[in-house]
Design a protein around this ligand. Structure first.
Ligand code: CDV
Length: 311
């Protein structure tokens, strides 16, 4: 019998800096209600889905920065999401900025959680590949200060049993790195969820701008195929505070094919029935890791960070 998880890729349109958590949570709950009418088991929201994408601004006042972070999950403003999950029987993945006291110090992470149909947190991930820069760079029309506001995630890429399968998470820039998926692939992952905020313009390499949508799908489709897994990629899209973010949220099968896609730049749900067993033939044949991987030749991947060109 097929193992079907019906998934909604719940793309968000822009969130203004002035938009409060309560307003955003209302939009998220509306998408969850829509998902329920389409028979979804799970909805996937974007990265940092509760606020505007604040790393685009240089800020020095830590109190101001911390206004974009959640000190508790659920907290008073996010509790309605958990209540809706329980009421509707629809789980969710969501990204948010996490502020936590850990090891005797305050820590900041770019985090995602997976919440089941009972409204319980069943998985957590902290973003590992933080793009951008840590200091103000005046040449940029907007900043990308993830390296200033977040620490590198400290959880690896856990794969958890939920929704009848093996579920994994990553966040935005992680999706461009094959290591991300392979670490989960080596745990047998069957569905990878990834939220993103991707400006169409990349100030250090404007020559890539016209390829932003292509690269977005390229990395996720290849990763789905190479690891025999579903990949659900979900954008915060549209022109947010003057900065254009790409859309193109997709549900990708283990074949690497896109089976559902958002077509607007606003709040939109794309739905697909995902058979988790569809990955099996890839995992047992062309990408049978146990039979065909040669890890004794892969040492450099973990020993070296940057490329070293021999003279
Ligand atoms: N939020 C992100 O991680 N964005 C990056 C951009 C800056 C390249 C991304 O990989 O989409």
């Amino acid at each position: 019998m097929a193992r079907i998880v019906t998934v909604g890729a719940a793309q968000l349109g822009p969130i203004a800096r002035s938009e409060g958590r309560a307003e955003v949570v209302e939009r998220l709950v509306a998408l969850m209600r829509q998902a329920r009418t389409h028979g979804c088991d799970l909805v996937v929201f974007p990265e940092l889905a509760l606020t505007t994408f604040f790393p685009r601004w240089f800020m020095e006042d830590q109190a101001e920065i911390d206004t974009f972070f959640e000190r508790a999950m659920p907290g008073p403003e996010t509790q309605p999401l958990f209540d809706a999950a329980r009421e509707l029987g629809v789980g969710f993945y969501i990204g948010y900025a996490e502020l936590t006291e850990q090891d005797g110090r305050t820590r900041h992470f770019n985090t995602s959680i997976l919440v089941d149909k009972q409204g319980e947190i069943v998985g957590k991930y902290r973003k590992i590949h933080l793009p951008g820069h840590a200091e103000h760079e005046p040449y940029r029309p907007f900043q990308h200060l993830e390296k200033r506001y977040f620490e590198t995630g400290d959880m690896g890429w856990p794969v958890v049993r939920a929704f009848g399968g093996l579920m994994g998470m990553c966040i935005c820039n992680d999706r461009r790195w094959p290591e991300t998926y392979r670490v989960m692939g080596l745990q047998g992952v069957e569905m990878v969820m990834v939220g993103y905020n991707t400006p169409r313009h990349n100030p250090p390499s404007p020559e890539h701008d016209s390829l932003s949508d292509f690269h977005n799908h390229l990395v996720m489709q290849s990763a789905a195929y190479q690891n025999g897994t579903w990949v659900i990629g979900v954008a915060k899209a549209g022109v947010e505070e003057g900065c254009e973010l790409i859309g193109g949220s997709v549900i990708i099968a283990p074949s690497g094919e896109i089976v559902a896609k958002c077509v607007t730049m606003g709040d939109e749900l794309a739905v697909a029935r995902c058979d988790l067993d569809m990955g099996i033939s890839y995992k047992n044949t062309i990408f049978n890791f146990a039979a065909h991987r040669e890890p004794q030749h892969y040492g450099m991947i973990v020993e070296r960070k940057g490329a070293i060109i021999e003279k």
